[in-house]
Write a protein that binds this ligand. Structure first.
Ligand code: ADP
Ligand code: MG
Length: 698
């Protein structure tokens, strides 16, 4: 098998080498030009590409095509059309033209638009994104597209991402020119997202309404053993899981997704998959596909793949580390300390730009990872805290200190200056010890660690790119006014000033401690704990200014997204509260009663043997369980009423806050009591699998 991997890899992708092979030379050339420089694609070229694409797709078993897009649901959407076109004699031919490749018009009235598209104007259209290769999935040619309303407003996650990449490209090239770099014509960001997930048995899943309806367990006492022994992390793979991972790799490879690393994670049943990084929009598409394929392959192996951020309380949840860097079309990673004075100047300027961006737009970065699911992680003792800060590691911090203070950089006994011919190479060992930081420099890239496992990585990267584009723009504006002869001095003072101004965002210590929370407050850093608390920052003046000035979101698009995010939060909580009530009334309380019944019968039976037999043990248990029964009933009644109240609130922000402050709190209180009662009840009476059964018998 293994020696077939190169052949298998990308076999379902209309990638560059296939295009080169299948397309007439001039067509290939103009397509490349479009891909590289974002230029317009003319009709004839589109037609020629469509024909080649169709032929290749049919050769590979496809009968249908679809415009594959990423609406605001966070999932991907597709509507399949077959290639067939009837001809005389009751026959068909397979047809696909340039106009179908380039543009589609799905009736998209049911996708969330946050009021952007009145239902009478339901038409949206999809536009081909030639920078992300087409692929075949289950007999359908999938064409990656952006999705917009008829008036041109973005209705998806890809459009703003592409805009943000363009914004960063434009400003980065400006800065590089000013630094004296004459070669680079294009700068792009790269992303490698590490995807965490849980695999549980399908049969267990099918018996838990909470998992089915909400993706997480709403009840469940911890088993005697959790993850405290750390025996699962990097442990050897059980055969069933290993088979799954093997097939997953193969399916991903066929789609040209460079799945690279796989291992067990900290929690039982938790695993991780990391690909080799790629251009950001391709990485985003690939991550969406990866999540989809993970679920499909799981199903074939009798598993369910859980991508929720916190499927099980009390053990680690799942995140997605977003490794991010910036590289040039000349093949230079700008976050890699280089070997020439120019490269090192570039490195330090981009580093300073990122530090400034993260400090000024920490609120937006926090927003970019906000969801009901991720609220369970951020700030809890496993994921990074809700406070955004940057970890640089001691060595890089020392280099920056040396630049700021003009002091010696100890390791080299010299002062580090901008334009230095050498900078130390910050190896992973030096930089990656701190796993508590939300935004860590890891040698030649930053790792944004706050992302939730289920969400698209488009949002966080859109915001990161835009914020950095803004820093670079300001840098370029300043440097453009300088005398080219004195550029090095100007750059030096720019970097110095930037670091001095934004050093409050730098923190190398342990982000999990209370001291850091206090310290961060003193430094004036944001600590936005929940989704409803963070969402309003989207509409803050400085943020609207950022997005509109770089053409990433219009004000209308911001408002619509704000609405969608709030709605999504409320809907999620609404489903959770209904599911919990259902489980409590139909499953949990009846189980408690049933056991009380059993115990009472036992009391009667044993008493009937002899009056001298003591039944105080059963009676004590009955008393305890009755106590739980009553308080759960009372709490659930309150939950029911509070849910009604929540639903009656018309202001969406107020509603979200009420869901968070009241309804969510009610749910947690019910759970607390139920989780105390559960261990007292025999397994065969509890009508769904417990944590123990789910987590330790895969
Ligand atoms: P870990 O963080 O688990 O120790 P690695 O550092 O090996 O793992 O890599 C994590 C991820 O970072 C991988 O997906 C890798 O492809 C990605 N990565 C490496 N270099 C870059 C880069 N220049 N840009 C974006 N992602 C990168
Ligand atoms: Mg990592």
């Amino acid at each position: 098998m293994d020696n077939k991997v190169p052949e298998l890899y990308g076999s379902l992708v209309f990638n560059d080498s296939i295009m080169r092979e299948k397309l007439p030379k001039d067509v290939y050339k103009s397509l490349r030009k479009t891909i590289e420089n974002n230029t317009h694609l003319d009709r004839d070229v589109a037609n020629a590409v469509a024909i080649a694409m169709k032929e290749w797709a049919i050769e590979n078993g496809a009968t249908h095509y679809t415009h594959w897009f990423q609406p605001m649901t966070g999932y991907t959407a597709e509507k399949h059309d077959s290639f067939i076109s009837p001809i005389e004699g009751g026959k068909v031919i397979m047809e696909f033209a340039g106009k179908e490749l380039v543009k589609g018009e799905p009736d998209a009235s049911s996708f969330p638009s946050g009021g952007l598209r009145a239902t009478f104007e339901a038409r949206g259209y999809t536009a081909w994104d030639p920078t992300s290769p087409a692929f075949i999935k289950e007999g359908t040619l999938c064409i990656p597209t952006a999705f917009c309303s008829y008036s041109g407003d973005a209705l998806d996650k890809k459009t703003p991402l592409l805009r943000s990449m363009e914004a960063l490209n434009k400003q980065a090239v400006r800065v590089l020119r000013l630094l004296g770099n004459k070669e680079v014509t294009n700068v792009t960001t790269t992303v490698g997202p590490e995807q965490e997930y849980f695999l549980i048995d399908k049969a267990d899943y099918a018996k838990r309404k909470d998992l089915i309806f909400t993706g997480r367990t709403l009840l469940g006492a911890m088993p005697p053993k959790g993850q405290e022994m750390d025996d699962h992390y990097f442990g050897s793979l059980r055969p069933r899981v290993s088979d799954y991972m093997h097939e997953l790799d193969e399916e991903l490879w066929k789609l040209g997704i460079p799945a690279k690393t796989k291992h067990n994670e900290v929690a039982p049943c938790q695993h991780e998959l990391a690909p080799v990084f790629d251009t950001t929009n391709v990485a985003v598409d690939h991550n969406q596909l990866t999540m989809e394929v993970m679920k499909k392959v799981a199903d074939k192996h009798g598993f369910v793949c859980l991508l929720h951020e916190k499927p099980f309380a009390g053990i680690n949840g799942s995140g997605k580390h977003n490794n991010w860097s910036v590289s040039t079309n000349t093949g230079v990673n700008l976050l890699e300390p280089g070997t020439t004075p120019l490269e090192n100047t570039q490195f330090l300027v981009f580093l300073a730009a990122i530090i400034k961006a993260v400090d000024e737009y920490a609120d937006l970065l926090r927003l970019s990872v906000a969801s009901a699911g991720n609220d369970h992680r951020l700030g809890a003792n496993e994921a990074p805290p809700a406070i955004i800060s940057i970890f640089l590691g001691d060595e890089l911090t020392a280099v920056l200190d040396s630049i700021v203070n003009g002091t010696f950089f100890e390791k080299r006994k010299e002062s580090m200056s901008i334009g230095a011919s050498v900078l130390p190479h910050f190896t992973k060992d030096n930089t990656d010890r701190n796993r508590t930081s939300p935004f860590a420099f890891t040698g030649n890239k930053f790792e944004f660690r706050s992302l939730g496992s289920s969400a698209s990585v488009a949002g966080p990267n859109t915001i990161l790119n835009t914020a950095v584009a803004e820093s670079l723009k300001q840098f370029a504006d300043v440097l453009e006014g300088e005398d080219p002869e004195k550029m090095l001095e100007a750059v030096t003072s720019l970097v110095k000033e930037t670091i001095i101004k934004h050093k409050r965002i730098l923190f190398n210590g342990n982000g999990y401690t209370d001291e850091w929370v206090e310290e961060a407050a003193k430094r004036g850093l944001y600590n936005l704990k929940s989704t409803p608390e963070v969402l309003p920052v989207f509409k803050a003046d400085k943020n609207v200014q950022l997005f509109t000035s770089h053409g990433v979101f219009s004000e209308t698009e911001i408002n619509s997204r704000y609405e969608i995010l709030l709605e999504n939060y409320c809907k999620t909580l609404h489903i959770e509260t209904l599911t919990l009530q259902d489980m409590i009334y139909k499953q949990f309380l009846p189980a408690v009663l049933k056991y009380i019944d059993t115990l009472s019968n036992s009391v009667i039976a044993r008493k009937s043997v002899s009056a001298s037999i003591t039944t105080s043990a059963e009676q004590k248990l009955i008393e305890k369980l009755s106590g739980y029964y009553e308080s759960i009933t009372e709490l659930t009644e309150k939950l029911h009423d509070d849910t009604d109240k929540a639903e009656s609130i018309s202001d969406i922000l107020e509603q979200a806050l009420f869901y968070h402050d009241v309804v969510f709190d009610d749910m947690n209180k019910i759970r607390e009591v139920a989780d105390q009662a559960e261990p007292l009840i025999p397994e065969d009476i509890i009508p769904y699998p417990t944590y123990e059964e789910i987590l330790f018998y895969v």
